[in-house]
Design a protein around this ligand. Structure first.
Ligand code: 13P
Ligand code: SF4
Length: 312
């Protein structure tokens, strides 16, 4: 092993030790999204999808939540737990899709569709959640939409998840033109070629993929849905169409199986901003803290609570 590698390894061990001590001192919990770098997944108390992590945030006894993910996830935790300190290790970790819908533009669109119910994907700002009737995640979008009385739905901001839900329900769904730049990188040819190279493989993708990708696959699942599928499936090879950070967890939990990224370049740069150093610093300084103004928080919480009540 080179001197540099040994030094890096020692540094990592020191940081992990520091994080573990600070965590205890602060009575903190570390929540980690499935797309986070492997070394961050490995220090998490809980790892999961947006739905699972918001449920844990709502129930935890910890005083401090370190959210290793992106801003909308930390905001959701803060919306549910206003008395806890919610930390996002890198304040620049945003979600370009969430920024594709603003509260002002949503208000304007709502005035054009007075009979529609507004369903917002949790990948949205707190202000947009506050303007919506109910929230959903990729794990429960179909269930949430089916539970509504309204026949007309305005779905923000992800057109692709909205389109996928429209194929699974009888509602008239009007789509906001948002999208995830990382999932857009997956092309039909990637899937077609991998199916030729691995004829026995199952193909699973996230519903943020385009419909022409979903049409080529076996299952469309949230990130934790993918982890459950991998454990239950008899398939020895699985092609995975989502952000490649999830491959770390899939391999760790299923050592006998092979996971093949649909496209290796499916990387969310915001998810990769978290480092062990930043987690340690966040615990040390109790910053950057994420807080949502109370008037917005209360209205956003009503949308999130409605989702949590529908999706048990
Ligand atoms: P999940 O809720 O499926 O984890 O997805 C979150 C996300 O940001 C997908 O891009
Ligand atoms: Fe947002 Fe896409 Fe990154 Fe998910 S993968 S956080 S939707 S940019």
């Amino acid at each position: 092993m080179s001197l540099r590698t040994t030094a890096d390894k020692n540094n990592r061990v020191t940081l992990i030790d520091k994080i573990s001590k600070l965590k205890e001192e602060r009575n903190a919990v570390i929540l980690v999204h499935n797309y986070q770098p492997g070394e961050i997944q490995d220090i998490g108390d809980f790892i999961g999808d947006s739905l699972g992590l918001s449920r844990i945030a709502a129930q935890t006894d910890a005083d401090v939540i370190v959210f290793c993910g992106v801003l909308f996830m930390a905001e959701t935790a803060s919306i549910l737990c206003p008395n806890k300190t919610v930390l996002l290790p890198d304040i620049n970790a945003g979600c370009p899709m969430a920024d594709m819908a603003t509260a002002e533009r949503l208000r304007q669109k709502k005035s054009e569709m007075p009979n529609a119910s507004v369903v917002c994907y949790v990948n949205s700002t707190a202000e947009v959640k506050a303007e919506s009737d109910v929230c959903c995640t990729s794990a429960n979008a179909v269930e949430v939409i089916a539970s509504l009385d309204a026949e007309e739905i305005l779905f923000v901001p992800d057109q692709h998840l909205g389109h996928y839900a429209s194929t699974q329900t009888n509602k008239n769904i009007v789509l906001w033109p948002g999208f995830c730049p990382s999932h857009m990188l997956i092309q039909p040819d990637h899937i077609i070629q991998l199916k030729q190279q691995h004829p026995q493989a199952k193909v699973i993708v996230h519903p943020e993929c385009r419909h022409n990708i979903i049409a080529l696959t076996d299952e469309t699942l949230s990130t934790s849905g993918m982890c459950r599928y991998a454990q239950k499936s008899d398939a020895r090879e699985i092609v995975v169409g989502t952000e490649i950070g999830i491959i770390h967890r899939l391999k760790k939990e299923n050592p006998g199986k092979t996971f093949i990224p649909a496209y290796k370049g499916t990387i969310c740069p915001d998810m990769k901003l978290t480092t062990l150093e930043k987690v340690a610093r966040a615990l040390e300084t109790l910053s950057p803290e994420i807080k949502v103004p109370e008037d917005i928080r209360l209205r956003a919480k009503a949308s999130v609570d409605k989702m949590l009540a529908v999706s048990k």
